[in-house]
Every structure is written in structure tokens, then in C-alpha cells.
Ligand binder design. Sequence first.
Ligand SMILES: Nc1nc2c(ncn2[C@@H]2O[C@H](COP(=O)(O)OP(=O)(O)O)[C@@H](O)[C@H]2O)c(=O)[nH]1
Ligand SMILES: [Mg+2]
Length: 443
Amino acid sequence: MTDTIAAIATPPGSGGVGIVRVSGPRAREIGERMLDARLRPRRVRVGGFLDRDGQPLDHGIALYFAAPASFTGEDVLELQGHGGPVLLNMLLDRCVELGARRARAGEFSERAFLNGKLDLAQAEAIADLIAAGSESAARAALRSLQGAFSARVDALVEQVIRLRVHVEAAIDFAEEEIDFLADAAIAAQLDAVCAAHAELLGEAQHGQRLRDGLHVVIVGPPNAGKSSLLNALAGADRAIVNAAAGTTRDVLREVIRVGNIELTLADTAGLRSDSADVIEQEGMRRARVEQQQADLVLAVIESGDGASEAQLATELCGRNVLWIENKIDLHGVAAGVSADRPDRIALSARDGRGLDDLRDALARAAGAHEQGAGTFSARARHVDALQRAGTHLITAEAQLAARQGELLAEELRGAQQVLGEITGAFDADALLGRIFSSFCIGK
Ligand SMILES: Nc1nc2c(ncn2[C@@H]2O[C@H](COP(=O)(O)OP(=O)(O)O)[C@@H](O)[C@H]2O)c(=O)[nH]1
Ligand SMILES: [Mg+2]
């Protein structure tokens, strides 16, 4: 039988109300002894929370939920008292005295998962909802918590299973295997699975951006105005701006908001090939690391500096780049998005012209305009699993083309298993431990 766990569920510090949450077979007994009264499921009970001598520790509300109709699927007790840290610890100690043990981080959500109340992606969405840094991230996390993402993953798994049934049947009738695999229906089904997978991966990547924000790095030659641009977008004097080349060495980060999405902007050292300064060289190395990891690169060049642009274009080949033509105030160039190149914006970090066009472009890049009703939040772990599933599917297509039934079946099995990691439709204790231990206590 499982034990009974207890934790303070409200954040540390003082507040009007503080909650101690208890879950497990002894929850009701603990509540009834603490209040010296009968508790009925889903009924509020007001009274004194008593210590072992029958003296009140606090006066508050007890709520009791009977298994399985509770958050964890077990008997759950909530004691709502006054929100003082000392007081709440006294209540928690009293619960322990009455037979509970202190919960580990994330243990309530873990029990909800183990009792089938939530799948893994939903449990993670609880943490994401609480940690949401923007309104759209919160809305997306709530949709994931309500199962929008899981439903999509389940539908894809279902499609894979149906295809597997087909393929496994073909293998069982080995004599006819060749013909079976030549069946256009299997190829069509696999195509449909691949298309559904690609769509879901795209949406999950968007969901991850909502959760984590978009990482944008500013790169370019020295003195192009990178630090000035960071300051202009941040609306504050964050980075040191100077006419001397090589001023910025450390990577400087600033979180800004466009629309209701968070962007992390990183200002980096200017890239040039003739620096003899070891510190500046280290700065450039860090700039390149940032560049590799960013979702979007802002490549800043001074208007008219075609040589730098050409050099930078080679370096940034294959990256997602927005080109910034800066210092238009010095060169008499019109501000805004260039007519023939939507990925190029002319602006002045000094007088602010063209900055709104850049903000619009950033919002578009962050997907601020595509937040339809279908948006859900996702984590890097989910995107990673989807990408690994994609690798299996690509190999599966090759095996089908080669008429390798067994190998095809193996790849489909692999894809299903990897997709199962997202919602937890498989058992792997190590993974569970890793996920739930990052939660806070009482969740
Ligand atoms: N006229 C003009 N000068 C600028 C503009 N942006 C930056 N500067 C100047 O260019 C020099 C280098 O700027 P800084 O932001 O330090 O460039 P970084 O080396 O790329 O970070 C400073 O003297 C800035 O004042 C701009 O839009 N117009
Ligand atoms: Mg700088």
C-alpha cells in the first residue's frame, strides 16, 4: 500500500491563506483527528486545527476529496489556514505526527500520473503553467494540461499502430510479403503518418517557443551598432556603446517582449579576423557558440558595408537570419523592410527609425501572429522525441522502398515507442524521476 504524503502547497513566505495538502490512504483520518470532526467528501469543514493536546494551532478550512475523484486519484485533504511560514510548518509537522511523510518535489503530480489522472505531457504542463512567463505561454500550457497536445500525440500513435498491424500481418504471411509490401495502401498510410508527424513537429516547435521564448542573437562586424540595437530594443541602456571596435566581449542577455511572447536577445562581440587580443578572440568564440544555438540571428551591418555583409552571409549560411542595415541616418536610406527582401530591415538604432518594423518582424518570427485556438505548449523533451520519431519514419520509408518488411516493422515499433515517451505510455522509471524531481514541493 502507498504511504500518505503531505506538503505545504502555497509558495514560501507570508500570505493571507496557506495550504497544506495531504494525499494517501490516511488523509481522511489525519483531517478528522486534526479537526476532531467527521469529514465528508467534497464538503467544507470550518474549525480549529488541533495539536496533540487538543490546543488549536490555527483556525481554518478542511476540504476532503475521496479517491479516485481527486487530483492525485487518492484520498486528498487540503487544510487552508493562515499563510504564515512558521504556522504552516507547524501544521505540516502535525500531519507528519499523524502518520504522513513529507512529500518530495513533484510527488503529487507523479501520483496523479501513476494513477492515470494525467499523462506525462499534461503533468509537465502543470509546471509550465505555473512558470509561464507570458500570457500566451500560460494559455498554451493550459491547453496542454487539458490534453490538447497529448490528444494529438495519441492520434499519431494510433495511426502508427494501424500501420504496424498491416505490416506485421504482411510479415506473418511471409510467402506473400513481397506483394503485400508492394500494396499501395501501405505506402499511402506511411505517407499519411509522415505528414501528420511533420505537422505535429512544427506545432510542437512553436509550442516550445511559447514556453521557452525565442532565442535571438545579434551578430555582425565591430561598430555596426549591435549593442546600440540591443539597447534600443530593450528600451534601456544595457550594453556599453562605444566608437572603439571590440567594446563588447561578454555575451549580454536581455529579455524583451514583442506582442506577448518573450524573446531573449544576446549581444555579442563583433566578428573580425584581425584581432590580436585574446580576450576579444574569446568573445568572438562565444559569439559563434551563441549563433549556433539561437533560433534567429540578427545580422547587423552598417548601411553600405557590402564587404562585411558578404563575409557574414558566408558565415551564417543555413541559419535563420534577419538582416539589419543600421545607421541609415548617416546614409540617407529609407527606413523599413526592403521591398525585394523581406528578411532585410533598414533602421537607425540611434534615432529609432525602422525599429517598429524590426519588432513586427521579430513578432512574426516568434509566431506571435499564429496563435490560433490550436496552440499548445511543448518542451524540448517533446520536440526531441518527435524528431527521433521522425528519424524512424524516414528510415521506415527507405525500408518500405527496399521491401524490407522486418526492418520496416522495427522502425515503426521504434517510432511508436519514442512517441510514447511524450505522454508516458511506456515505463521508464529513470525518466519519470528526472521529470518530476524538477517540480516544486507540494505540486
Ligand atoms: N549615426 C549612427 N550611429 C550609430 C548607430 N548605431 C550605433 N551607432 C554608433 O556606432 C558606434 C558603435 O556602436 P555599438 O553599438 O557599440 O556597436 P557594436 O560594436 O556593433 O556593438 C557608436 O559610436 C554608436 O553610437 C546609428 O543608427 N546611427
Ligand atoms: Mg558592442
